[in-house]
Design a protein around this ligand. Structure first.
Ligand code: UT7
Length: 332
């Protein structure tokens, strides 16, 4: 990287994603826990989710998504000088998943680090990557959201195991002269809600975080109903602020791409925005909640399905453990 003081608008020039082949349907889950397709579909909108194979890791999925994004951008791995991976399920505490991905891609020399903001992680990473490229500190940034959430789910807990899936999505960032690119970003968090959604690793756990005993598996814990309420308010507020800061009106937004956690959360936000859910891109039915991978996977699918195209303005909005939230307006 080469620090300078340029302030440049930054564009997404390539998008890619990867979803594991292995599918887990609601019918499959009926055989594992006391649940039903009817309950899952009506309460969440989820019908199936992709689950990583035993030989797949967060970094292997992230590398596949990144390769796809680089190919679409027409950028060689050697041209990448910054890799940021948003994940709360890294391959290991260190080296960073970004370093494993760098090795896999052959981008030696690029700065590489991980960032955690749970399901808002990709949006946080996008903003961090933007700052580097905007100032000229990096020329080509690879921003990846990748998760192997299936490894931190308690498969006997119906409150959580039916909600999540694995996958990865990636974007390539560069300054392109004359393109507005990322127009506005709002990031926020409220640490008073750390208790209602967390994944304890045992190193620094408050007793309320159910720290696992040595040798015990590490699982995610969530008070779904409480998360739901804060998510709707936080996402609506962040989206409204990002839109205001962008200088665009809601009518000028071609598509809203929300974090895909629950169809009812998306419906509640649409309600507050006084618009139909047809303005939103929704793929939660096929993926479940893939945490930091959710938004870039949805963006890639929205592009490949022709739902958004070059020149369109998109509103992203996410929330996650922390609780964290994030929203951004981008013109592709
Ligand atoms: O990215 C951030 C991640 N977190 C989220 O997005 C979570 C946000 N919250 C939610 O999406 C919803 O709160 C849930 C989908 C998690 C739960 O839906 P809900 O409508 O809030 O249900 P609830 O937690 O109030 O539970 C209602 C009932 C309970 O039974 P009782 O106490 O009424 O007898 C639960 O035990 O549904 C029961 N239940 C289930 N039943 C069948 C909970 N999970 C299941 C299940 N199958 N999988």
């Amino acid at each position: 990287m080469n620090p300078t003081s340029a302030i440049l608008p930054i564009s997404i020039i390539g998008v890619g994603s990867y979803s594991p082949d292995q599918m887990l349907t609601n019918a499959d889950l009926e055989k594992k826990v006391d649940t039903s397709d009817e309950w899952i579909a009506s309460r969440t909108g989820i019908r199936q989710r992709h689950i990583a194979g035993a030989d797949e890791t967060t970094s292997s999925m992230g590398a596949k998504a990144a390769r796809c994004a680089l190919e679409k951008a027409g950028v060689q791995p050697s041209e990448v000088d910054l890799i940021i991976v948003a994940t709360c399920t890294p391959d290991m505490p260190f080296p960073a998943t970004a370093c494993w991905i760098q090795k896999e891609l052959g981008s030696a020399g690029a700065a590489a680090f991980d960032l955690t903001a749970a399901c808002s992680g990709f949006m946080y990473a996008l903003s961090v990557g933007e700052q580097f490229v905007k100032t000229g500190a990096a020329k080509t940034a690879l921003v990846i959201g990748a998760e192997k959430i299936s490894t931190v789910l308690d498969w006997t807990d119906r409150n959580t195991c039916v909600l999540f899936g694995d996958g990865a999505g990636a974007v390539v960032l560069r300054h392109i002269s004359g393109q507005p690119g990322i127009r506005s970003t709002v990031l926020g968090a409220d640490g008073r809600h750390t208790d209602i959604l967390h994944l304890s690793c045992g190193s620094n756990d408050a007793p309320s975080h159910h720290p696992p005993k040595p040798g015990e598996p590490v699982f995610m814990h969530m008070s779904g109903r409480e998360v739901f309420k804060v998510a709707v308010v936080g996402m609506h507020k962040a989206a409204t602020e990002a839109l205001e800061r962008s200088g665009l009106t809601l009518e000028q937004i071609s598509c809203i791409i929300p974090h895909q956690a629950n169809i009812r959360i998306i419906e509640a936000i649409a309600d507050r925005m006084k618009i139909g859910t047809d303005r939103f891109f929704i793929n939660v039915q096929n993926h479940g909640n893939t945490s930091a991978a959710s938004i870039p996977v949805a963006l890639d699918e929205a592009i490949s399905q022709g739902r958004v195209k070059k020149g369109d303005s998109i509103l992203f909005v996410a929330f996650g453990g922390g609780l964290t939230w994030a929203s951004s307006v981008i013109t592709l």
